[in-house]
Design a protein around this ligand. Sequence first.
Ligand code: NDP
Length: 477
Amino acid sequence: MSDFDYDLFVIGGGSGGVRAARQAAATGARVALAEEYRLGGTCVIRGCVPKKLMVFASEFRETLTEARAYGWDIGEGRFDWPAFRGKLHGELDRLEKVYRKLLDTSGVEIFDARASFEDAHTLKVGDRTVTAKTILVATGGHPVVPDMPNAGMGLVSNDLFLLEDLPESLLIIGGGYIACEFAGIMNGLGVEVTQYYRGAQVLRGFDEEARGLIADAMCERGIDLHVGTNVVSMGPVDEEEEERLGGDIHMEEDLLPRARAEEKGPVRVKASNGTEKVFDRVLFATGRDPNTSGLGLEEVGVKLGRRGEIVVDDYSRSSVDHIYAIGDVTRRLELTPVAIREAMAFVQTVFHDNPTPVDHDLVPSAVFTQPEFGTIGLSEEEARDREPIEVYCSSFKAMRSAFAGAPDRAMMKLIVSRESRKILGCHIVAPHAGELIQLAGIAVKMGATKEDFDRVTAVHPTMAEELVTMREPVRTA
Ligand code: NDP
């Protein structure tokens, strides 16, 4: 028994922190966890889970259209946001309780309070002071907004789940996961969506062909997507102010009254493409930063990176020997299942005396755009820079949507090493691509070759059969 109050103290009750705490406690260690907000963290409370439920809700509009094309006699229908929102929050409350129960039954002591370092082994937790032999920081991240006047008028992803009413029009700024997912969700729920992305194509870093197809599908669905476009200025729509200025909508930014952070009414936005428009709401989906400020990390010697992330080694150990960090706070791969794997590797390393590095290679993931995007491994562009490749790609109208007369195209794409014949990348744009890439990911992670894929008999009629029936490369590079 050490002289410390706890063998492990976990700061942060998200997916990573909770898993680490439970598994460490299962070894007989004395474990405590502090969470300042709600157990479950970003994924459960304001990320993956509510987002996916909103994806489901938003897809019914298209399903109804399809149903009519298949002979069903149904009317337009109407989406009832308050009814859905009530159920959504009921579900989140339920999940939060599940997390609390899991920790309780594992014997983890829960502090519903913020924790910060007093010294390298001592934490101030609420109004208590505790000591721990090992400390795990799993505090996650938060959305960031550009540093510009009136940016406080914009919403961030956290706010979307709490809206009293759905806006009639929404401007989304950004072109990453969150921007594109919410563009699809809000469009599906009947909101008029405009999206400004400063780069040349949304979803930077992913396979270019896939990005193009998704962007096309987003536009076909009615999202007013403008690439190469950013916000120049934004401000309130103030009638008095406008009148004083003779109704001139080209107001200078500094003439506009300063927006209060909580004032999230209609916003007038001047864009780099020369337009000036009013939107009911503006959403900044312009990235996330790690939650490290005010924790006292640097004061106890923990090294932080340029964006404030905790710098860790392959075993999630920080620059201070007994302080570890996992999940978004380390800014490695910001995905829930990755944080969970980091948690399990940490417990192996520290509590099972089995040093386990975290494997960040070939991680499958999905972007819940409409249509979905599932991906693993290298994009064609990345692979081409590394070695000679063959590209197999099939883009087609899926049976279900073709019958319904929908314009959507699905895409199955394999990037193959010419030398080893291994699949270096697999990219799927299609309904349920997230489900498909989970399974294709097993083969890719096992090191399957193109010929291994070819040996598998097609399941007919499916979309995924294309993955095993593509015979000739569309190009080599
Ligand atoms: P991303 O980093 O993916 O995207 C941020 C976007 O905002 C980029 O398009 C970026 O442009 C743009 N941007 C950044 N700064 C500015 C600025 N000052 N002005 C205008 N545009 C700006 O962040 P997200 O917040 O979308 O997601 C964060 C992470 O969360 C993701 O990387 C992902 O790991 C995770 N996530 C995963 C999901 C999933 O698995 N389905 C769902 C949601 C999130 P540019 O490309 O030019 O830098």
